[in-house]
Ligand binder design. Structure first.
Ligand code: ATP
Ligand code: MG
Length: 253
């Protein structure tokens, strides 16, 4: 009883702390700017970024996964391990420490890509195991038990192209979880299936993350079923200039 009480009251550490971070993207005379005045995500939190196509969801997620470099940063701290100090991401980008950034991503983050991103020449089993093998983690029953929980165990020895789109998304979720990351970033993980299947896959995904106390950041067009799963929605506003040449999205949370 005492332990439950203590763990409930234990202050949760902040995994992401961003202040005044921006990313500019320009193509053919049209400029897009994502601006994050302040964002804090606590360990174990489930966050949703909901917005129309082109508002900057993938841009934000790619910054949180250290895939794309911000154009300007006042402060960007990342603390994936509660018993260790926060890591200064600003410094790593400034010093071009790409290996360290990629190491942090591989070890602590699972990423479910908007396009699935499965490797077509690897079996479902090998695709799910990929995030483990890049870290040199040994073989155990993680892949099989995840496949079982995701309802795709019977497909383990097949190639992704023989699976339905919804089944492939389950494989992508399995791959994002198999190396037991403390954070999972999911970019519209259910965008290409019907709303009923989307809701089922999303609740399966959030359930698995909750059991493992994983911090989740998910981007989606659809707020309705995500709200039911208890995610915190990030506030954002998009402004377009009159001539349509510049768009700015401001995210706070
Ligand atoms: N490779 C790129 N080069 C230049 N500008 C880009 C590039 N990709 C996206 N953009 C710009 O950045 C803006 C935000 O794109 P982003 O992909 O983050 O949107 P999104 O919210 O993820 O959209 P969707 O829901 O369609 O995935 C777009 O409106 C576009 O103008
Ligand atoms: Mg996107």
């Amino acid at each position: 009883m005492n332990n439950v009480f203590q763990s409930r009251n234990k202050a949760r550490t902040t995994v992401y702390h961003l202040r005044d971070v921006t990313r500019d993207r320009a193509s053919e005379g049209v400029t897009f700017r994502l601006r994050v005045p302040s964002l804090q995500i606590a360990q174990g939190e489930k966050i949703a970024l909901i917005g129309e196509s082109g508002c900057g969801k993938s841009t934000l997620l790619d910054m949180l996964a250290f895939i794309s470099q911000p154009s300007d940063i006042a402060s960007f701290r990342f603390r994936p391990e509660q018993d260790k100090d926060a890591i200064d991401i600003t410094r790593l980008w400034k010093k071009r420490q790409m290996n360290r950034l990629s190491e942090l991503r591989k070890r602590h983050i699972g990423y479910v890509m908007q396009t699935g991103g499965l490797l077509p020449y690897l079996s479902v089993r090998e695709n799910i195991a990929l995030s483990r093998s890049v870290l040199g983690l040994g073989k155990d029953d993680t892949v099989e038990s995840l496949a079982h929980e995701l309802g795709i165990a019977r497909h383990l020895d097949k190639l992704p192209e023989t699976l339905s789109v919804g089944e492939r998304q389950r494989v992508a979720i399995g791959r994002a979880l198999s190396h037991q990351p403390s954070i999972v970033i999911a970019d519209e993980p259910t965008a290409s299936v019907d709303p009923f299947a989307a809701e089922k896959i999303m609740s399966l995904f959030i359930g698995l993350a909750e059991e493992r106390n994983i911090t989740v950041v998910v981007a989606s067009h659809a707020w309705r079923h995500i709200k039911r799963l208890g995610l915190r929605r990030l506030a954002h506003h998009t402004h377009r200039s009159k001539d349509g040449r510049t768009t700015e999205t401001v995210v706070n949370g």
